[in-house]
Design a protein around this ligand. Structure first.
Ligand code: SF4
Length: 312
């Protein structure tokens, strides 16, 4: 049965013609929001692994991480082809020569690695770095950058100790479009102080910008984070599942129908979630989202205000 939104898995199948999975990497980066260059302590929701899936050991080489993870994915999902995914911390936060060496190693680690995906902060790219990433399009079938934008509202970014602005995102986004690189924008729902209307404004802006892909997260408290401490002190409460399902359906209805939905729930390391615990039941959540769209009789893009501007 077709999904009421455009899932990433379908996009990859159409583009690459094979069952393709991402292999997450921890390349040993840190983040300017942790080491004091921009701020100390990191974003309030970011844990000690730099928002990673914890599937890898940063002491292993890039090649070893990829090969170990590849075997697991082949057995578990019958995956055929793979994307090397630089996920943990800020994966453009190093001199360009170092970045090139790491990305090069990933691209030649195994012939079944046909793609490269790089996750980063928008304020940690410049034209030299974007040009480097774009250069991999000559040898890889898929090259993508993922930006943690989270919201368009700078007052919320301040509350999260994000130490960057929506304008930083716009600058990075413009460069990424200039070099025609696939991209995915991370957003978080239920951020502190944000009304329903604020969140819909973020969805409308993503639709207006015609971003290619979106990864949607619910704000959740991971172990040993400032947000978990706020939860344990009773200063922050997460949404319940029913409210999240309603909110994310509202959000997806406003996105452009061409936008690829990379994720609608969480990151896969649910055993380390402090709250909300219902987020551990990912399959149930995905089914509930489908059921809510069926109840409404709507799908992605039905409330998009910019639907005339379809991607080619
Ligand atoms: S920018 Fe990313 S890696 Fe850095 S603290 Fe925030 S979430 Fe963590």
């Amino acid at each position: 049965m077709s999904k009421p939104y455009r899932p990433y898995s379908q996009y990859l199948r159409e583009k690459l013609g094979a069952k393709t999975y991402k292999l997450t990497l921890d390349a040993g980066f840190t983040c300017p929001n942790r080491d004091g260059v921009k701020a100390y302590g990191g974003c309030t929701f970011c844990d000690q692994t730099g928002s990673s899936s914890r599937a890898q050991d940063r002491r292993d080489s890039i090649t070893d991480q990829l090969l170990k993870n590849m075997e697991k994915q082949r057995k578990r999902f019958k995956a055929e082809k793979f994307i090397a995914y630089f996920q943990s911390f800020t994966n453009t936060y190093a001199p360009v020569e170092r970045l090139k060496a790491l990305y090069d190693e990933a691209c030649v680690a195994h012939p079944d690695i046909i793609g490269l995906a790089i996750s980063t902060r928008p304020d940690c790219v410049d034209e030299e770095i974007i040009a480097l990433i774009a250069s991999y399009k000559e040898r890889m079938q898929y090259v993508s950058v993922e930006y943690g934008m989270q919201t368009i509202h700078n007052r919320t970014l301040d509350l999260l100790n994000r130490a960057e602005t929506f304008e930083d995102f716009l600058t990075a986004y413009e460069l990424t479009r200039k070099y025609e690189i696939d991209h995915c924008i991370h957003v978080i729902l239920d951020l502190p102080g944000e009304s329903w209307a604020d969140q819909m404004e973020t969805a409308d802006t993503l639709a207006q910008l015609r971003v290619q892909g979106v990864k949607i997260h619910l704000l959740c408290a991971m172990e040993k984070t400032p947000l978990a401490a706020q939860f344990l002190r009773g200063e922050w409460q997460p949404l319940d599942q029913e409210a999240y399902v309603s909110l994310i359906c509202d959000f997806i209805e406003r996105l452009h129908p061409d936008c690829i939905i990379h994720r609608v729930a969480g990151n896969g390391h649910h055993q380390h979630v402090v709250a909300p615990l219902w987020l551990q039941r990912k399959l149930e959540l995905m089914n509930e989202i489908d059921a809510e769209f069926a109840r409404r009789g709507t799908r992605q893009g039905d409330k998009c205000r910019f639907v005339a501007t379809r991607l080619s």
